[in-house]
Design a protein around this ligand. Structure first.
Ligand SMILES: [Zn+2]
Length: 698
């Protein structure tokens, strides 16, 4: 998982731009009470969040966050509340304000502001959507209906190909089209953009929903087939029960050909270069020449096929399954993908299944909020440009960039001092730090939307054109030189991302906000909070995970076998440390499962601390509320993990997540010598480790 934060228990796959928006229409409101409001008024640590009755050496997480935890309520329909929710809430309110201003501004035709306004209006005009009924679908349904043979089918399937998957950066493996395209630096030539093709064809999130033999999945499948039938009824199809059964059977057959999510994560299994001719030989069935013609890719000589067995299987299904079944599958997928912008009866039916049944979301968020989410996703850079003009100054950017430079310098010193790493490997790690691009706040160049036509009274057409606009933009880059500074996140997104093929990181403006980052806060607080997160991500670029990609983003393992051996020996002690944590009497953390992330946590806080000390050298110590700078640094770090989670959800995390639960991430401090001095931690305190037992990896 390359996003830095997995939002707990939101099992909606993160979908790329266009499809993301359609699925956002079923997400619930994330609004929570502003429990962090104090943090936005104070610059620096918030003493009111601490529980000073707790001894820091015994339980640093509760010492730093205890009072907040006592105050916080987990909303009834959710399993978790924390800083991330408040930041999402803040970013959403700001984005909504900007879009509403744009909507009222009467900006000149063709400008980005006008596009934002027109897109938002077109979604909000429910009366017009009802009045138009199914008319926007009709030409597309007619085209499907007119398909006479498998050759025309292949062409139509090709015309539906979109750039809607992203297996490495935003980790989205899902498209309901037959296949999905991802344009990114090549596995075998990272200097140029290559065409990656991924399996697709399912509406449900993953093959397991079709294949798992559990009570709950059987129940989902029964309800899904009823839902398909209901959608076909609302779209005025005859024989809808028969058609629904055929569609679900076809999807089941496709699911059987798909590979699992775990196998999808292995890039070495994904690096399969196929020429156009290879498709017919290795995956017979689909008329590939016609498919690529439909997709506008006849001139593309080679592709990287992520899941060859799925391509062979799905292509064979095109040949073996009746044409009428494929046509029903196409028609249903079209209706489903656009239901959120069709008359209410369809939108409600979609939400009833994908929102309520599948995700347990009791209620749909208000329409304006969905409109904001849609606009912010479809015109992400246009909205992002307004966002940073208002909320992220050039000074804030410069300050954060200086912090990054200090942390990188700290890593350089640490790598040079490593006793276990081979000299040649160290040189490559240093080279990787030299070419690393750390994007702060917003992209270097903004996406140009001038070729994207948006009409104030045509939401269906706007989204249709949006999908094509994005697709043509990606296809147009194939074979061109890679822009390593290109972003894959919008400034208003509360997250951060590691782009291994570009050797780059993106930290959007919306995550560079209090309590993570505040230009007016003392440096100690910023380095402890977001500095540690930046350090965590940087360390992934040269750790066992980053060892698969070289300084130019090429796929090449640059570690020596001896390095890996030494690394494994050095990290075993950290795994053992986390094995001792027991959130429940009958359930301990699995130190191996969480090892890579725990290593990055230790690396992140250590490099951020070094960077902070270097930056503070020669400056006067700034006390806040009686806390020294070092104390503020560690309190801010522990504040990153301020959250509260229900027991059942915590159990699930302990069993499945690669990250340790928040409480134990805060305990990383016990591996840093300076923490002992800062809080006078002594032998006998529960978190105390003898100096020889403190783990230092980088
Ligand atoms: Zn990580």
């Amino acid at each position: 998982m390359r996003l830095i934060h997995r939002f707990p228990h939101k099992k909606v796959s993160a979908r790329a731009l266009f499809v993301l928006i359609l699925s956002a229409l079923v997400l619930t409101s994330l609004s929570v009470s502003a429990q962090d409001s104090a943090a936005t008024e104070t610059h620096g640590i918030v003493v009111a969040n601490m529980d000073r009755a707790v001894k820091p050496g015994d339980d640093f997480f509760h010492y730093a966050n205890g009072a907040w935890i006592k105050r916080a309520d987990i909303p009834g329909d959710r399993s978790y509340v924390g800083i991330w929710d408040s930041l999402i809430d803040l970013s959403r309110k700001r984005t909504a304000g900007l879009i509403e201003e744009a909507a009222k501004s009467n900006a000149p035709a063709g400008s980005n502001t006008r596009k934002i306004a027109d897109l938002y209006h077109s979604y909000m005009d429910e009366a017009a959507i009802e009045a138009r009924g199914l008319a926007p679908l009709q030409p597309h349904l007619d085209a499907i209906n007119a398909i006479r043979d498998k050759r025309e089918l292949a062409r139509a399937l090709g015309e539906d190909l979109r750039a809607d998957v992203d297996p490495l950066n935003n980790t989205n493996f899902h498209t309901s089209n037959l296949f999905g395209l991802w344009v990114a630096p090549g596995f075998n030539d990272s200097e140029h953009y290559a065409a990656y093709l991924l399996q697709g064809g399912l509406e449900l999130p993953d093959r397991e929903y079709y294949l798992a033999d559990s009570e709950s999945m059987r129940d989902v499948r029964t309800k899904y087939q009823a839902h398909v039938s209901a959608m076909l009824r609302l779209a005025k199809f005859s024989d809808r029960d028969v058609r629904a059964q055929r569609v679900v059977e076809l999807e089941h057959a496709i699911a059987e050909k798909h590979i699992s999510l775990a196998d999808n994560d292995d890039i070495h299994k994904a690096n399969n270069v196929w020429t156009q001719a290879d498709f017919a030989a290795k995956a017979p069935g689909l008329d590939w020449a016609e498919y690529f013609r439909g997709a506008g890719l006849s001139g593309q000589t080679s592709f990287i096929v992520w899941q060859p067995t799925a391509f062979a299987g799905e292509s064979a299904l095109v040949a073996s399954t009746a044409l009428e079944t494929w046509k029903d599958w196409m028609a249903y997928h079209l209706v489903e993908e656009y239901a959120g912008v069709l008359p209410k009866a369809l939108a409600d039916e979609r939400f009833a299944f994908f929102g309520k049944t599948l995700n347990g979301t009791p209620e749909q968020s208000p329409r304006w909020e969905r409109g904001v989410g849609l606009t912010s996703g479809v015109l992400g850079d246009a909205v992002g440009q307004l966002y940073v003009q208002r909320y992220f100054s050039a000074e804030a950017k410069a300050q954060a960039q200086a912090m990054v430079a200090d942390i990188i310098a700290a890593f350089r010193r640490r790598i040079d001092a490593l006793p276990w790493m081979d000299a040649a490997t160290k040189a490559e790690a240093q080279a990787k730090l030299t070419t690393l691009y750390v994007g702060i706040g917003y992209p270097e160049t903004w996406r140009d939307y001038s070729a994207f036509e948006i009409k104030a009274d045509d939401i269906f057409g706007n989204l249709w054109r949006g999908g094509l606009f994005g697709y043509h933009r990606e296809v147009g880059r194939l074979g061109h030189a890679v822009d390593r500074k290109e972003w894959c996140m919008f400034p208003q997104t509360v997250n951060a991302v590691n782009l291994p093929l570009q050797n780059a990181l993106n930290f959007p403006a919306a995550i560079l906000q209090p309590p993570f980052f505040d230009p007016q806060a003392p440096a100690a607080v910023n380095y402890g909070a977001v500095g540690s997160i930046i350090g965590h991500e940087i360390s992934h670029t040269f750790d066992s995970e980053g060892s698969a990609f070289d300084s130019k983003g090429g796929v090449r393992n640059w570690w020596k076998p001896a390095d890996l051996e030494h690394f494994n020996a050095a990290t075993a002690k950290l795994a053992a440390q986390y094995d001792t944590y027991k959130p429940f009497p009958d359930l301990a953390l699995n130190g191996k499962q969480t090892l890579a992330e725990n290593i990055a946590d230790v690396a992140g806080i250590s490099a951020a601390y070094d960077g902070y000390r270097a930056a503070a050298a020669g400056k006067t110590e700034s006390h806040q509320e009686g806390f020294s700078s070092d104390q503020q640094f560690f309190l801010a770090f522990a504040g990153n993990w301020r959250s509260k989670e229900r027991d059942a959800a915590l159990r699930q995390d302990v069993m499945t997540d690669g990250h340790s639960p928040d409480e134990y991430r805060a305990s990383t401090v016990r591996n840093v010598d300076a923490w002992y001095a800062a809080f006078d931690v002594q032998p006998g305190d529960r978190l105390y480790l003898a100096p020889g037992d403190r783990v230092r990896i980088w």
